[in-house]
Write a protein that binds this ligand. Structure first.
Ligand code: AMP
Length: 216
């Protein structure tokens, strides 16, 4: 089973993708995570991508398509993939069909997480994660049970994404509205687009996604 999670930055794609990995054994392919590891490695691509990401713009399609094709190849023995953060443009959506089609694969569900823009700015500007295990937290909605200690692994170091500041968040939202939202009709026409209210609790949202996958 192959899924796409679509939605603006801060809609909860990464969190829900992780739940889907745990429940269905799918492989999560997050293009944002791939780019962040290029940035940490200090590669040429990482240096170029960091500037674009900090401005809240999109990395060029040719780079992203090559990156995701390689990862889809690597995941081809798995039970399926969850694409989190890809596609983000119509050219990426079309290229994805070609890459999957060449392997006899298709996209089974495109799940659009709907959230309003005010909620996004508040969600993103307070989020942070454990530097060791990646568990996500929020200044207002999800603080660790013991201040300064990760609930999941006990580590005491936390990180914040450099693009989670109000200025960059606004650019990321503008990029979503201008370049990513126009791909929704592409999937609507194919009949694979399902909408989910992304403003509920993590559990409620996951329940709705599960209902779509399990066909209930
Ligand atoms: P994300 O973690 O999905 O919010 O992505 C963080 C940043 O990485 C985005 O704001 C973009 O600059 C870049 N990025 C991630 N995925 C893509 C993509 N499919 N196409 C272009 N840029 C991307």
């Amino acid at each position: 089973m192959n899924l796409i999670l679509l939605g603006p930055p801060g809609a909860g794609k990464g969190t829900q993708a992780q739940r889907l990995v745990d429940t269905y054994g799918l492989v999560q392919l997050s293009t944002g995570d791939m780019l962040r590891s290029e940035v940490s490695s200090g590669s040429d691509l990482g240096l170029r991508a960091k500037k674009i990401m900090d401005e809240g713009q999109l990395v060029p399609d040719d780079i992203m398509i090559a990156m995701i094709s390689g990862q889809i190849d690597a995941a081809s023995a798995s039970d399926g993939i969850i694409l989190d953060g890809f596609p983000r443009t119509t050219a990426q959506a079309e290229a994805l069909d070609v890459v999957l089609g060449a392997k006899g694969l298709t996209v089974d569900h495109v799940i659009q997480l709907e959230v309003d823009e005010d909620a996004i700015v508040s969600r993103l500007s307070g989020r942070f994660s454990c530097a060791a295990c990646g568990e996500g937290y929020h200044d207002t909605y999800a603080r660790p049970e013991v201040e300064g200690v990760c609930d999941k692994c006990g580590a005491k170091e936390f990180t914040r994404r450099s693009d989670d500041n109000a200025h960059t968040v606004r650019s990321r939202l503008a990029a979503y509205n201008k370049q990513t939202a126009p791909i929704l009709p592409y999937y609507l026409e194919k009949g694979s687009l399902k909408r989910v209210d992304g403003l509920g609790t993590m559990e409620t949202v996951f329940g709705e996604i599960k209902g779509i996958i399990d066909g209930v």
